[in-house]
Design a protein around this ligand. Structure first.
Ligand code: ARG
Length: 493
């Protein structure tokens, strides 16, 4: 159709298939129809499309919106979804169908469709993030007293609680929601009317189409409007950070589910088994969540690489960014939802967590702190004394719970040349992981009352973010309703 003017011969079949975006831009159909409707309404109001043609076009668009395209329209060597819709319009309406493309280009059309889809996709991603945060907070609130070791270098470091640990992920995911809120605001600008690159001489009304499509405003400079996909990079980066949190959580949960740790047990419905080893309960689902971070990060690199070094304008390279973006966002959204399921259904072995933190010397810092508080020694000296004591205890087979005043004094003498004379009870208390956690009643620390407060605060913040999200979604729904009402009022006139 568009080839018949400039190009003599038909498109080479192989090249047509190679260049077509129909394989993935079918997902844009609904958005393309809305944008077509808005454009037709605007052309009509501006006196650029007469009432009869406007009616015919809008009626058919409405039918396509309701019933989709036929297979006939979706000929695989069709260049893209925009051509597929136009082919249908001209096939059924003849000349009237050919009038719709006045004062626009596929360049501003695809840029508009993509932003409309990105709004919905970012909203779905935010929703899935919010669901996981809410799952983490609910689980955390059951475990503010579940003591476990906090790790650094995957070595027991200091005692904490499962709630404190889960809250660390919730906080990180909340920042990602904040990023998505910001990206959304930048996505929400309408490129339609930018034309191919330099707008049009027809007296169009860009503000009107932007409003009909529920955008907060127009994306002004027409060259910028057709070429930028910066929001894809931003949203993808935000999504990749979410996937990074998920991969870390997955990696930890895989370790925690081993018999060596036994901190958690996965529910049967999210676990796999082996085709040969009948005893196996495997965390395949977590391994895939972990791996899909790699796929998402790869998608971000694809976007960055595809979008760089292009002359500032529309280039067909831009088409290649779309599927990378779609599958990245879709992949992270589904990982989030599956992770929520895993966390909601897993069994926490609080006894094992607690036991692990009494088997180790993870309260050594607390003992050094006691020496500083009771004897006024510099922390560095106390650190050396406790280090020497731990080394002796390990050599002599003394358990952390059995550390005596005598052992500590031997270490103190070897390091500082004098005894400390601390009481057995004081030492026991300092080395009790439950008390060590309680003692860390510092902003951001693991003490149960502080974590409980923090959880409540996060729940309030999450509610606000969910509210913002619901408002965004309802603005889009209302815009869609209004657009369809405008269409109906023309059809009924
Ligand atoms: N399928 C194309 C894309 O996704 C639509 C725009 C084509 N424009 C063009 N001038 N060839 O970018």
């Amino acid at each position: 159709m568009i080839r018949e003017g400039r190009l003599g011969r038909g498109f080479d079949k192989e090249v047509a298939l190679y260049t077509s975006s129909l394989g993935f831009d079918r997902g844009l159909l609904e958005y393309d129809i809305y944008a077509d409707m808005a454009h037709a309404l605007m052309l009509h109001r501006q006196g650029l499309l007469d009432g009869g043609d406007a009616k015919r076009i809008l009626a058919l668009l409405k039918e396509i919106l309701e019933k989709g395209l036929d297979e006939r329209d979706l000929d695989p060597d069709m260049e893209d979804i925009h051509m597929a819709v136009e082919a249908r319009l001209t096939r059924e309406l003849g000349d009237a169908g050919g009038r719709l493309h006045q004062a626009r280009s596929r360049n501003d059309q695809v840029a508009t469709d993509l932003r409309m889809k990105a709004r919905d996709d970012v909203n779905a991603l935010s929703k899935a993030t919010s669901d996981l945060i809410s799952t983490l907070l609910a689980t955390a609130s059951e475990h503010t007293g579940t003591v476990m070791p906090a790790f650094t270098h995957l070595q027991h470091a200091q005692p904490t609680t499962l709630a404190h640990h889960l809250l660390s992920y919730a906080d990180s995911l909340l920042r990602s929601m904040e990023r998505l809120d910001e990206v959304y605001r930048r996505i929400d600008r309408c490129p339609l009317g930018a034309g191919a690159v330099a707008t049009t001489s027809h007296p169009i009304d860009r503000e009107m189409t932007a409003g009909l499509l529920g955008f907060a405003g127009v994306l002004e400079n027409s060259m910028d409007a057709v070429s930028t996909r910066d929001y894809m990079v931003e949203a993808a980066a935000a999504a990749v950070l979410i996937a990074m949190d998920l991969s870390k959580m997955a990696a930890e949960l895989v370790i925690w589910s081993t018999p060596e740790f036994s901190y958690i047990e996965l529910a049967d419905e999210v676990a796999s088994t082996s085709s040969i080893m009948p005893q196996k309960k495997n965390p395949d689902v977590l391994e895939l969540i972990r791996a899909r971070y790699g796929t998402a990060a790869g998608g971000l690199v694809s976007l960055l690489t595809i979008l760089g070094a292009l002359p500032q304008s529309y280039n067909r390279d831009l088409q290649e960014a779309s599927p990378a973006f779609f599958s990245l966002i879709e992949g992270v959204t589904s990982s989030l939802s599956v992770m929520s399921k895993v966390i909601r259904t897993m069994k926490v072995n609080a006894g094992e967590m607690k036991a692990a933190s009494t088997r180790d010397f993870s309260t050594a810092t607390d003992l050094a702190d006691l020496i500083v508080k009771e004897r006024g020694l510099p922390f560095r000296t106390a650190h050396q004394i406790v280090g020497a004591m731990v080394s002796m205890a390990i050599k002599e087979g003394v358990e952390p719970g059995q550390v005596s005043s005598e052992l500590l004094d031997r270490a103190a003498e070897s390091v500082a040349g004098e005894k400390l004379g601390l009481s057995e009870e004081a030492i026991k208390a300092a080395m009790d992981p439950v008390l060590a956690v309680k003692a860390r009643s510092i902003t951001g620390g693991p003490a149960p009352e502080d974590v409980e407060k923090a959880i409540k605060e996060r729940q309030r913040e999450l509610k606000k973010r969910e509210q913002t999200l619901r408002e965004r979604e309802s603005r889009l729904n209302e815009a869609r309703k209004r657009l369809l009402e405008s269409v109906s009022s023309i059809l009924e006139a």
